[in-house]
Design a protein around this ligand. Structure first.
Ligand code: TYD
Length: 131
């Protein structure tokens, strides 16, 4: 099971919904970086990399998309559309995001700053390092 979805409590009332995410409590790491993608095309998938050390958690805040997770042995596809559900992207997990709805906003919380040397962008290199 690669997709260990975590559903967070929604604080809702007649005004709408609120989700609070605290680092090292709700999110199992210190949050050092937040990034998000939007205005994405359904036919332009993204990702296609793994990280050697980085821990991340992805949330689809609006619209919908699909996240593919691959540990080098098996591959799982997860439909994302709930703003209160996080998908952990652990180190050495190849991931691909696609099938974006036009209103999709995908937010990712990460435990470190951007570091290109932590990326594995070649799938055969990923398989070599994972095995
Ligand atoms: P990229 O990793 O290719 O995006 P995706 O995982 O969605 O396919 O990143 C796109 C560009 O943005 C690339 O030039 C690197 C840069 N970038 C940063 O500068 N900081 C970041 O935190 C991220 C995630 C990307």
């Amino acid at each position: 099971m690669l997709a260990n979805e975590l559903a967070f409590h929604v604080l809702g009332d007649e005004r709408g919904s609120l989700v609070a995410l605290e680092g090292e409590r709700d999110i199992p790491f210190e949050i050092k970086r937040v990034y998000y993608i939007y205005s994405v095309d359904s036919d332009k998938p993204r990702g296609f990399h793994a990280h050697r050390k980085l821990r991340q958690m992805a949330f689809c805040l609006a619209g919908s998309c699909t996240m593919i997770l691959d540990d080098g042995f098996s591959r799982e596809s997860v439909a994302m559309s709930k703003p209160n559900v996080g998908i952990p992207i652990d180190p050495m997990i190849w991931h691909e995001m696609g099938e974006f709805s036009s209103d999709c906003i995908l937010m990712v919380l990460a435990d470190d700053v951007y570091d290109e040397t932590d990326y594995i962008r070649d799938y055969s290199q990923f398989l070599e390092e994972v095995k």
